[in-house]
Design a binder for this molecule. Structure first.
Ligand code: ZN
Length: 504
């Protein structure tokens, strides 16, 4: 390996160390830190973030990237080469370019504006009063527009925001995928609404928390989660976080009024974790660690949570075990009844509890509003009204108040714009992968019925996980499935599943 490449890797390794140390402090903040630690933690995270930023945007890194690019045959051959070194420099150059374009004062200003916006959002949501959040959201939108000006003009201003989460994808591409999907999903929802409804009451009994956690841990173990390289702790809002390919942690939450939520959210976070654990060990401490994009990451969590965890084969194996833990709660509830209950479709106000048939509608609504705000075609003062109008149009329901509507998500207060579409893209990609998987592994369904997941995980590792950030999302999906990201497989999946559950 060249001396220059070594030097570059060494610096980027130190950047990764600083970032992962920050992630560890954030994990601690959500799990075990006493409330009194919060002010000091803010300083510590700020300092680590600043050091990582200084190190990663230094002139030295820029020179090394240039030199190594030349050594590897220039920018063009970097694009076409399939080697890991070329990928590393390609990804490092992109990260560097993005970070260098954004002035340090902007980063400071954004931190200040979003901290205030986050606090205002919390208060606004508590009082269900959008007017408290409105001036802060206006400032966040101004910041987003300013951010866009640091980058070369794109086809659509929203492209710049989207690219931070889904590298290489454009607003036009996403709209071209979502528009026909919306019509298909609305049609399916109408058919479901006019058929005999499913009874999900057995899911809302009094379930013992300890036993539920025990079951969750058992499922994660069966999926292939490595406890020697991870752990699970309790938080208010579950997430997965990575400090090393050999230290990938998940979190969970037990909610008395919705006890099975813990189970599906554990499967979801386990899906994220399996991806991170499966990245090629050589990528440790390099920019190629972690996932290809937010959408690809979400395809992994959704695959384990929904395509596996809400499937009949999965429960054919697990239901007897589950019922043994909760005999009173599931008395008289057979497998089929339970399977239908966990797949009940019901339009709801809240995105995070939405079922598979309605989830994407929540995302499309948010995407349209975000685009409107960024373009300036939507006035912030009109946002609650627009939100409610779209809820009526897509799901046929109207939120009672802003807390149940426009104020439910934290994302906008944090300046996370361009992120929402990746949730829906994740759903679509998970179904594309699932079709390919079942074609490659014809015995998969039988294996799942026997509680075996090794060939599923092995396939995901070999075809997707190991590559980390090496390929852009579109390229990765094309390499695996032969097509670009599209909604066809997902619509087939939903239609088949709900035809069975609802007898359509
Ligand atoms: Zn997720």
């Amino acid at each position: 390996m060249s001396e220059k490449l070594n030097q570059l890797k060494e610096i980027l390794g130190e950047v990764a160390d600083l970032q992962h140390a920050g992630a560890l402090l954030e994990w601690d903040q959500q799990t075990y830190m006493p409330p009194g630690g919060s002010e000091a933690r803010g300083h510590q995270l700020g300092t680590l973030g600043k050091l990582a930023q200084l190190k990663s945007t230094s002139d030295e890194v820029g020179r090394l990237i240039e030199d190594v690019t030349a050594e590897l045959g220039g920018a063009r051959s970097l694009e076409t080469s399939d080697s890991d070194d070329a990928a590393l420099v390609r990804v490092a150059a992109r990260d560097y370019d993005k970070a260098r374009r954004v002035p340090a004062e902007f980063v400071v200003e954004k931190a200040r504006v979003t901290t205030n916006a986050f606090n205002a959002w919390g208060e606004a949501r508590g009082k269900s009063d959008f007017s408290i959040f409105r001036p802060h959201l206006e400032k966040v939108i101004d910041l987003m527009r300013k951010y866009i000006t640091f980058f070369p003009p794109a086809e659509h201003p929203y492209d710049t925001l989207l690219d931070d989460y889904e590298p290489g994808m454009t607003t036009g591409e996403v709209q071209a995928i979502f528009n026909p999907l919306r019509q298909d999903q609305v049609k399916l929802l109408k058919a479901i609404a006019s058929s005999k409804q499913v009874d999900s009451s057995p899911l809302y009994g009094r379930y013992n928390e300890k036993k539920m956690e025990q079951f969750c841990r058992g499922v994660a173990t069966k999926f292939g989660y490595e406890w020697a390289n991870g752990r699970m702790d309790r938080v208010l809002h579950p997430f997965e976080t990575t400090f090393s390919i050999k230290d990938v942690r998940i979190t969970s939450r037990f909610v008395k009024t919705n006890p099975t939520m813990m189970l599906f959210s554990t499967m979801h976070e386990t899906g994220h974790a399996l991806y991170e654990m499966g990245v090629k060990p050589d990528y440790e401490r390099t920019p190629l660690m972690h996932g290809a994009s937010s959408g690809i990451h979400e395809s992994q969590s959704r695959l384990w949570e929904n395509l596996v965890g809400r499937s009949l084969p999965f429960w054919e194996y697990f239901y007897p075990h589950f019922k043994k833990l909760f005999p009173a709660q599931l008395d008289g509830v057979g497998l089929k009844k339970f399977y239908k209950a966990i797949n009940k479709v019901e339009p709801s106000f809240i995105r995070i509890i939405a079922d598979e048939a309605t989830y994407n509608m929540h995302i499309m609504l948010r995407l349209e509003l975000e685009i409107g705000m960024v373009e300036g075609s939507l006035r912030i003062q009109d946002l609650p009204e627009m939100w409610n109008a779209k809820m009526r149009e897509y799901l046929g329901i109207t939120p009672e108040n802003d807390a149940m509507g426009v104020l439910q998500d934290v994302h906008w207060s944090l300046g996370l714009m361009g992120y929402f579409p990746t949730y829906a893209l994740g759903n679509l990609i998970s179904a594309q992968l699932w079709e390919r998987l079942n074609a490659d592994l014809p015995g998969l369904s039988d294996e799942i019925t026997r509680g075996r997941f090794d060939s599923l995980l092995g396939w995901l590792r070999a075809n997707l996980h190991m590559y980390g950030r090496k390929y852009d999302p579109q390229e990765l999906v094309r390499r695996i499935t032969g097509s670009k990201i599209n909604a066809e497989a997902y619509v087939r999946y939903l239609t088949n599943k709900y035809s069975e559950v609802y007898g359509l």
